[in-house]
Design a protein around this ligand. Structure first.
Ligand code: SGN
Ligand code: CA
Length: 535
């Protein structure tokens, strides 16, 4: 019986290789690919990056046995657009998903479709934040929209289902079930294993409540940034002190209802999702903290410190569950003898502010949110514990996977395969990255902007309400505190950065016209009237 199945399977594989696509170049044993992504996971909260906030042994392992990218970036620091860029290998203005509101067109080509044509079995599990039935996957089981931390709904191959438990663990369980029992084991696999955590509102798993209680998190040096020379940043609505809601974000949902905040209702509905058993454990941890908070009547810097510490404790606790899941998946690969020929990628849909500039959230082209963690392991392909400093971007994943699979990279994909960086054969790597952000006017109030980053400098143009430029020397000022734009000493650098920006816009096919069309669509959706538009 086993023999016949194996024979059938190899015939099937051969027929796939020979007839089902014109895109196959060669037929070595194609690697499996596990593309792990979490949501809003700043590199500061991965111990391999050396920030000493927490300990993530399983994620670190990917770099220890593979490569740690120190200059990984996104195209557009917001969830759905970043995911669309990863799927398509294209910038937002090319794949159409410029913000969290526009419809993503699943009928366009994506990396899963190409891999599937090239002989892979494919699955998408967890958060994707792109409406509609995912295309290119043999199996999908995804969260609707943002998803929920406790007892979440999932949409399995188009059908909604409710699960009991903590979302991060549920996502891992579904993933392991697919790997163990559901995938077609005659084919190499491409698995997108995507966690909702550590996205706002940072609700930890019950077992991790209190995990960081004995750590005193110090405010980042620029926590009280006054945004001198940064017009757009001044108008942000993502301050830990000013905008973080103590009930909604920081769980001070007192039973007496004394603490009245804007988002209390939402906090209550998230709490209500828990079953009595879960609530009991939740309350046992939070009730004494709520009581102490009410009694303390904190203000000013003391309140800032308290909020920041609560934020970090919750955020890092949710990261711990993500790290556990990575460990479970790595262990599975080992147990099944699959580790050697499986590429494992860990990344986030963007970075996140952990108090830098006084913020939470993302969106800005400043380093903490533009940059994203990228760690890749492939024992068969390259040796471990390597640090890679070149400029790479989320549009590079799709071409990289196709390259390793021995498949042709569609001409219109805009990213570059990372294979030459990973195996050390790279010669002429890119010297600059292009960035765009569009979701304004909108939540957290980050103005529309675009920009360019080289290994040392960054030029940003904010537009819509304002028309302002910022220039940073990242070597001298890694925290981007001093805007150098317009200073006589930087005249030449400024000029060169403008040339670079124009050339990248031309290279990737961005234009004033596309921007105008996008803006009109966005304003129409929001029911707003157009203001200044100039790039
Ligand atoms: C939600 C969050 C925002 C967050 C966006 C986008 N608010 O709207 O804080 O910036 O998602 O995040 S919440 O009240 O719903 O938590 S993204 O990662 O999905 O793009
Ligand atoms: Ca995100």
């Amino acid at each position: 019986m086993l023999k016949i199945n194996t024979f059938k399977a190899s015939m099937l594989f051969a027929s796939v290789a020979l007839f089902s696509c014109g895109t196959k170049k060669k037929t070595p044993k194609q690697p499996n690919i596990i593309f792990i992504m979490s949501d809003d996971h700043g590199y500061q909260a991965i111990s391999a990056y050396g920030h000493h906030l927490n300990h993530t042994p399983n994620i670190d392992r990917i770099a220890n046995e593979g490569v740690l990218f120190t200059h990984g970036y996104v195209n557009n620091s917001i969830c759905a657009p970043s995911r669309a860029a990863m799927l398509t290998g294209k910038h937002s203005f090319k794949n159409g998903k410029v913000d969290n509101f526009q419809r993503y067109d699943w009928s366009q080509d994506n990396v899963a479709k190409e891999l599937r044509k090239g002989g892979y079995t494919t699955a998408l599990i967890g958060k994707i934040h792109l409406k509609g039935l995912p295309q290119g996957f043999d199996y999908s089981n995804v969260l609707p929209g943002q998803g929920q931390y406790y007892n979440p709904e999932f949409i399995e191959n188009g059908k909604q289902k409710k699960y009991h438990g903590y979302c991060t663990q549920v996502t891992t369980d579904i993933t392991l079930d697919w790997l163990n029992n559901r995938r077609d084991k005659t084919k190499p696999f491409f698995l997108m294993y995507h966690q909702k955590a550590p996205h706002r509102t940072w609700m930890p798993d019950l077992k991790y409540l209190g995990k960081f209680d004995d750590v005193d998190f110090k405010l980042p040096a620029n926590f009280f940034d006054t945004y001198e020379g940064k017009t757009a940043a001044k108008h942000h609505e993502m301050g830990v002190l000013k905008h973080m809601d103590v009930v909604y974000d920081l769980k001070m949902l007192d039973k007496e209802g004394d603490i009245k905040t804007k988002y209390r209702g939402y906090a209550q509905s998230m709490y209500n999702r828990m079953d009595p058993e879960q609530r009991k454990k939740w309350d046992a941890y939070y009730d004494p903290i709520i009581k102490a908070f009410k009694a303390s009547k904190l203000t000013g810097e003391d309140l800032a410190k308290w909020k920041y510490n609560r934020y970090m404790r919750d955020y890092l606790s949710t990261v711990q569950s993500v790290d556990d899941g990575v460990g479970e998946v790595l262990e599975y690969l080992e147990r099944e003898g699959l580790a050697e020929n499986t590429i494992v990628v860990y990344t986030s849909d963007q970075g996140f502010y952990l108090g830098e500039h006084g913020w939470f959230d993302k969106r800005f082209m400043y380093e903490e949110s533009f940059r994203t963690p990228i760690l890749i392991r492939y024992p068969k392909g390259f040796k471990g514990a390597k640090i890679e400093d070149h400029l790479v971007q989320n549009i590079d994943f799709a071409p990289t996977f196709l390259d390793y699979a021995g498949l042709e990279i569609p001409k219109d994909m805009q990213g570059e395969s990372l294979k030459s960086l990973l195996d050390g054969s790279a010669k002429n790597w890119r010297d600059a990255l292009y960035y765009t952000y569009y979701e304004y006017p909108g939540e957290h109030s980050v103005e529309r902007h675009c920009g360019v980053r080289t290994d040392r400098y960054k030029l940003i143009h904010f537009y819509y309400d304002s028309d302002t430029w910022e220039l940073y020397d990242l070597k001298e000022d890694p925290s981007e505190m001093k805007n150098l734009y317009g200073l006589p000493d930087y005249k030449e650098i400024q000029k060169a950065m403008h040339v670079k920006l124009d050339s990248l816009r031309a290279k990737y096919g961005d234009s004033e016209q596309i921007e105008n069309e996008n803006l009109d669509r966005y304003l129409k959706k929001k029911g707003l009237k157009r203001k200044v538009i100039k790039k």
